[in-house]
Write a protein that binds this ligand. Structure first.
Ligand SMILES: Cc1cc2nc3c(=O)[nH]c(=O)nc-3n(C[C@H](O)[C@H](O)[C@H](O)COP(=O)(O)OP(=O)(O)OC[C@H]3O[C@@H](n4cnc5c(N)ncnc54)[C@H](O)[C@@H]3O)c2cc1C
Length: 290
């Protein structure tokens, strides 16, 4: 790695001031699991690395109707926290699928969104729950829907002087069930070949409302499959509906061929896993209402 100066602010305001002062020459570091690799490969060469770990108030989970999650909360905490498992089980499940306990214990939810690697597990889960990302700078605060946050491969709409401070997860619709499927044909600790996060709510007659379907490792950014959602809305939750809706995912995805599979293979696996995730989420919604 090229030499750099490590700075460790003690407050959020101090971190924002350092970020504003050093501009493009600075990079934030949270868990370091993504940034350090990029620095070792010299893909990023910051002169200043601003460590966030002293900002303890950003490592918290609060019940607020839904959940307010501080950006420094680790993925392992999210996988195991009682409030998250109860109010946002989809996020707990997705975080539990990340790599190994060593990685999960370092990587943070703020880093998982800001890193913007399309293969990550938490972003599709956040999208399927209509989560919002709170970013602060010295200019103020803004709230960004997760599905408008990612702008390209490893790119977000965050400005250079902004820090992700919280993730807001709204209360989920009554009668909803969720599923997170991560297709891992090689090893259990790999990044996804394709991942699917689904939330859907069922009324007393088994009619679907507020469906959300989001995918990771299926394009340059995590994506929502809005054509699948439109097809599901107002339909009876059964195998026929899921079989008809799942292929609509092909409109939303544009996978990259790599050692995890060809474009054609990933497209086929996306359809299969959307169908399975819909069936699993529906079964969980039914089980809850019994
Ligand atoms: C071997 C390995 C396997 C992995 N496997 C998986 C996997 O299967 N699934 C998965 O989801 N993840 C996996 N990860 C983790 C993932 O790749 C990212 O490294 C991780 O999500 C980044 O979180 P972090 O807190 O470590 O971020 P950092 O590495 O600290 O930072 C990453 C980027 O985000 C920025 N950043 C960090 N925090 C903030 C903030 N609060 N505000 C603004 N910008 C910020 C940094 O400036 C940097 O650009 C794996 C990592 C490793 C090393």
């Amino acid at each position: 790695m090229i030499p750099f100066t490590y700075l460790e602010p003690l407050t959020r305001d101090e971190a924002l001031a350092l970020l504003a002062r050093h501009g493009d020459e600075a990079k934030l570091i949270a868990g370091g699991t993504g940034l350090v690799n990029l620095m070792k490969q010299r893909l990023v060469r910051p002169r200043f690395v601003i460590g966030l770990r002293a900002l303890k108030t950003l490592a918290r989970v609060e019940e607020s109707g839904g959940l307010t999650i501080g950006a420094l909360t680790t993925l392992q905490s999210l996988a195991t926290c009682g409030s998250v498992r109860l109010l946002a089980p989809l996020l707990a499940e997705a975080c539990g699928h990340v790599a190994t306990v060593r990685i999960r214990s370092m990587a943070t939810i703020g880093g998982a969104v800001a890193h913007a690697d399309p293969n990550l597990d938490a972003p599709p889960a956040l999208m399927a729950m209509d989560a919002q990302i709170i970013a602060h700078s010295q200019r103020g605060q803004r709230t960004i829907p997760t599905d408008q946050f990612f702008s390209g491969y490893y790119e977000t709409i965050l400005a250079q002087d902004e820090i992700v401070t919280e993730i807001l997860i709204p209360e989920q619709p009554a009668g909803s069930g969720t599923a997170f499927l991560k297709f891992l044909p090689a090893t259990q600790d790999d990044y996804a070949t394709v991942s699917v996060a689904v939330r859907l709510a069922l009324d007393g007659n088994g009619i679907i409302s507020e469906p959300r379907v989001a995918l990771g490792a299926a394009a340059m950014v995590p994506v929502r499959a809005k054509a699948v959602e439109a097809m599901l809305s107002g339909k009876v939750a059964d195998a026929t509906t899921f079989r008809e809706a799942a292929p609509m995912v092909l409109d939303a995805i544009d996978p990259i061929a790599d050692f995890r599979g060809s474009v054609d293979y990933k497209r086929k696996m996306a359809v299969v896993h959307v169908r399975r995730a819909l069936a699993e989420a529906s079964a969980k919604a039914c089980a809850q209402s019994e």
